[in-house]
Structure formats: structure tokens, C-alpha cells
Design a protein around this ligand. Sequence first.
Ligand code: NDP
Length: 351
Amino acid sequence: MQTIDNSKPVMVTGATGYVAGRLVEKLLSEGLTVHAAVRSPDNKEKTKYLDALAEKLPGSIKYFKTDLMEPGSYNEAMAGCEVVYHTASPFAMQVKDAQKDMVDPALKGTRNVLESVNKTDSVKRVVVTSSCVAIYGDAKDTLAYPNQEMTEEIWNTTSTLDHQPYSLSKTLAEKEAWKMAGEQDRWRLVTINPSFVLGPGINPYASSESYNIMKQIGKGDFKMGAPAFNIGCVDVRDLAVAHFNAGTFPDAEGRHIASGTNSSFGELASIIKNKFPNYPIGTRKLPKFMIWLMAPSVGMTRKSISLNVGYPWKANNSKSIEKLKMNYRPLNETVEEFFGSLVDAGVIEKK
Ligand code: NDP
């Protein structure tokens, strides 16, 4: 048991990100003081969505300029906080230099944040946003898991700098967090391992990879049909609750798969087709060889197609339901509201 005092401020790294936006909203709605650790506190285009929330919700927000690659840059933002939410990490499927642009900020960034935690006596709890990709590398890997499903006991052992570097970055960062947590006994680490995050963000113009699938479907990339990509999905607003409960529940501990539904690209496309029938969306499954051929033109490797398309994707979310009291909303609500929010904002052309 570990009691958390909600009158103390909390720090959120990467507060201007997609996932963090809804987390900050949840924290502000609970009346907390949020220390928003961001790269560009003076960029009003990025902070205005958080400012608008702080104006209408009971909590308050204070910005701090930080960077994952700068040792000590989180010290000031963390002072006086009991809970640290570490969400910042590069999330992109294509980068020039996987080591420099993805692995270094994820791994060294986590190390920097946790070194500051080690120096800040007030911190009792650290919630790290990891990922299901720290559990599995490719869908084919899951065939070897008990019941062919992901659980909190499993770790990704197959991603490399050349193959699924984002997954490698998340795996190395989470492992480092557990290593550093194990070297002390003042603060407790809790991780949230989300599947693919969907649902309306506070900023419809955000750049997270989560937006791309909606934009692709909106501009007709699936008009011939959808690849047989199975994925798990979690609503960004449910994910905020998972983080908040991981940060405040006295007995929260360990890893937590945060995933509402085991789904597929085809199901996402069908949900959108039913609700928004004017968009050109095909419902047949595209043959794997066709996707394999097209892969490089859409920024994917043929190896990732070979190891993922047509394989099952199953995650066991029972720990998050039991321990974090998660009540995941239905996928169609998430997808319809997400797509609709992007149409309303003009990010996806109205039809
Ligand atoms: P975003 O790109 O919206 O957010 C990433 C955040 O990380 C941004 O706030 C960004 O800052 C910050 N960041 C990146 N590099 C640096 C750096 N060098 N120094 C400081 N901050 C940095 O993506 P998401 O919100 O989707 O991702 C948030 C977290 O959730 C990540 O850890 C991601 O791995 C994880 N996740 C996301 C999933 C998804 O489907 N979206 C699924 C599973 C896990 P800035 O705003 O300045 O660009």
C-alpha cells in the first residue's frame, strides 16, 4: 500500500502529445496542479489546447521547458511532485536514423527522467507509458505465446534497429525503467502498455501516428479493401483513466496491458464505412502478396508485412480491468468519434 496525496502537483512529460493531452485533462478535472514538461512552452499553437482545458477545469497547469536528451532538464519540473507520468517518447514509423531519432530519446530520455526522480525526494510513484510493442515484436511472435495471447509476463525479443525500431525503442526504455526502479526503494514504478491508441484527442491537428490511419482511410487509401492487419485498440480517454489510476491507486504495481478490443484494420474501415457512407472504403481483405508488393511505397518493409499480415493479435487485458478498474468503451464509439472529430476540424475532407 502506498498513499498518494492528490493535493501535491504531478509532472507529465511530453504534455503536448496526443496521449498526454487527455491525461492532463483527467488530472485537471480531478483538481490537480499539473507540471507540464514540454519541449516548446512558448509555442502557443501547441499549448493552447491545454490552456483551454485549464481555464474550464478545476486544476491548474504550469509549463517547464524540458528535453529528453538533456540530463537534469526535468529537475525543476519535478520538484515537489509525488507522481511523475512519463509519456514522452518519439512515436513515428519512419525515421532517418533509428538509433539517434528513436532509440536514444526513448532510452536516454527515460534514464534522464528517472535520474531526476532519484534526486527528487518528494516522488513516490512513476507511471511510464510503455506499449504492447514492448511485449511483442511482430504478430507472428504471438503464435508461440501461451494461448497465443500477450500478457504482462512477456517481453519483445525480436525487434532490432533494422526491423521494428520503434518497438525496440519502447522495449529498451521500459527495461531500463524496471532496472532503475529495482535499484532503489523510495519510488514505485507502474507501467501502462497500450495497444494502438485511437479516439478524439484534445488537439485535432496533432502529429501522433494514431492519426494517420484515420487520415489514410479518409483519403481513400482503403478503397480497394483493407490489409489483414490485426491490431488491438484502446480509446485515448480510457487510457487517461488507466494512467490516472496507475498513479493514484495505493496498490497499483507492475505492468498493465491497456487495450479495449482485439480488432483489425478491416474492422476500423467497416465502422467508418457504416457511419460515414460517402467515403470510398472497400470492405474486402486485400491479398497478402499485393500488400507485400506495395509495402515500400507506403513506407513499410516487406519483412514487417510478412511477419504481421494475416496473423492473430490477441492481448489479455484482465489485469487492467481487475487492478486498475478499467471499463473500456466500445470500439465503434471510439472510431466514429475520432473520425468525426477530424472531419469537423477539416483534417479529413468533409464528404
Ligand atoms: P505524440 O507524438 O503525440 O507524443 C509524443 C510526445 O513525446 C510529444 O509530446 C513529444 O513532444 C514528446 N517528445 C518526443 N521527443 C522528445 C524529446 N526529444 N524531448 C522531449 N519530448 C519529446 O505521440 P503519442 O501521444 O501517441 O505517444 C505518447 C506515448 O504513448 C509515447 O510514449 C508512445 O510510445 C506511447 N504509445 C502510443 C501509442 C499510440 O498508438 N499512439 C501506442 C502505445 C504507446 P512535442 O509535443 O514537443 O513534439
